[in-house]
Design a protein around this ligand. Structure first.
Ligand SMILES: *[C@@H]1O[C@H](CO)[C@@H](O)[C@H](O)[C@H]1NC(C)=O
Ligand SMILES: *[C@@H]1O[C@H](CO)[C@@H](O)[C@H](O)[C@H]1NC(C)=O
Length: 160
C-alpha cells in the first residue's frame, strides 16, 4: 500500500517536472509554431493527458455531472468519468474510497490523470487524446483494440 502511494507520488513529481521542462522548452527553445517537428517529437515523450481531453471524456461519460453509480453488465461504474473499482485501484486509490473519489470531480480527475500517466507511456500508442480516450474505455491496451474506436469518435464529437 505504502509502496503504491510512493510510486504515485514519484509519478506526480515526474509529471510536475516534465510539465516544467516542457514549458521551459516551449518558451525558451521552441517558439510557438516555429518547429512543429521538434514539438511533436517532444510531445511524444511527455505522456500526460491534457485538460481538454479530460473534459471531452468527462462529457461523454456523464455530461460532466455529479452522477451516481450505475451497473453495466453487473459491474458498477461511478461518477464523472464512470470509474470502476479496479480502475480506481490501478490509479493509486486516491481519496481513500472509490465511490467518494469517483463522485468528487477533483479526485476523479486525479485518478484519470494517474491512470493515463501509468498506462499511456507503456501502451505503445502515441501521446494523443485518442490514445487516452481508448485506454479510458478499454483498459491499458485499449488504444490497440479496434472496439474502442467508436468511443473515441464520441469523445472527438466534443471538440477533441
Ligand atoms: C453487456 O454484455 C453483453 C453480452 O456479453 C454485450 O453484448 C454488451 O455489449 C454488454 N454491454 C455493455 C454496455 O458493455
Ligand atoms: C475532493 O477531493 C479532493 C482531492 O482528493 C479533496 O481535497 C477534497 O477535500 C474533496 N472534496 C470533498 C467535498 O470531499
Amino acid at each position: 500500500m505504502e509502496a503504491v502511494k510512493l510510486f504515485f507520488s514519484l509519478v506526480g513529481l515526474l509529471l510536475t517536472f516534465t510539465k516544467y521542462a516542457e514549458s521551459r522548452t516551449r518558451l525558451h527553445y521552441v517558439p510557438h509554431g516555429h518547429n512543429m517537428a521538434v514539438q511533436n517529437l517532444f510531445s511524444r515523450f511527455v505522456g500526460s493527458i491534457s485538460d481538454k481531453c479530460l473534459t471531452c471524456i468527462c462529457m461523454v461519460e456523464s455530461r460532466c455531472q455529479a452522477v451516481g453509480c450505475v451497473s453495466v453488465n453487473g459491474t458498477q461504474t461511478c461518477g464523472f468519468y464512470h470509474i470502476k473499482l479496479q480502475y480506481w485501484k490501478d490509479c493509486g486509490s486516491p481519496g481513500g474510497d472509490w465511490m467518494t473519489c469517483a463522485k468528487n470531480y477533483t479526485c476523479a480527475t486525479t485518478c484519470v490523470r494517474n491512470y493515463m500517466a501509468r498506462y499511456g507511456p507503456v501502451s505503445g500508442c502515441p501521446d494523443t487524446c485518442e490514445t487516452y480516450a481508448r485506454i479510458h474505455i478499454g483498459g491499458p491496451r485499449g488504444c490497440k483494440n479496434p472496439e474502442t474506436i467508436p468511443y473515441w469518435h464520441r469523445v472527438q464529437s466534443y471538440g477533441c
